[in-house]
Ligand binder design. Structure first.
Ligand code: NI
Length: 153
């Protein structure tokens, strides 16, 4: 088994809050990431695929294909965007690095032409990163009720 990795990056803003918490509780839990108008991060995304190299090409997976999937399905949709408001596939999800990695996994796995997805690693800063290996986990989607209309948070 050989593990191949594609590394890419994007910049985006977000705000972490849970609409079922009070303002005080949101601030206590999410601290600076709860800033009402959001704030930005320079994210680094590393995606690893595992497999046996094809005997004819020597590739586990043509990394150009992985590059294109990441670019077209993820980076183009999140780069220079506000993750709470601008990205359909994140609608209603608290945009922590953990939740982003889980959602990205699903998108990559659906589109992967060869090999098996091994890990999605997402750096939110130099010091903080998360790594997801695809164990089943469900993420709640929250909505806010405004004038009886439910809108994603
Ligand atoms: Ni943040």
């Amino acid at each position: 088994m050989v593990y191949v990795t594609r590394k890419t990056h994007f910049s985006a803003s977000h705000r972490l809050y849970n609409p079922t918490f009070s303002d005080e509780k949101n601030e206590a839990i999410f601290d600076k990431c709860n800033n009402p108008n959001g704030h930005g991060h320079n994210y680094i995304l590393e995606v690893t695929v595992r497999g046996i190299p094809d005997p004819h090409t020597g590739y586990v997976l043509d990394l150009k294909l992985l590059r294109d999937i990441l670019e077209n399905e993820i980076i183009e949709k999140v780069d220079h965007k506000h993750l709470n408001y601008d990205v359909d596939f994140l609608s209603g999800i608290i945009p922590t690095a953990e939740n982003l990695a889980i959602v990205f996994w699903g998108i990559i796995e659906r589109n992967l032409p060869a090999g098996e997805l091994h890990s999605v690693k997402l750096f939110e800063s130099d010091a903080n990163f998360v790594e997801y290996f695809g164990e089943p986990v469900s993420i709640p989607r929250y909505t806010l009720k405004i004038k009886n209309k439910e809108i994603p948070v």
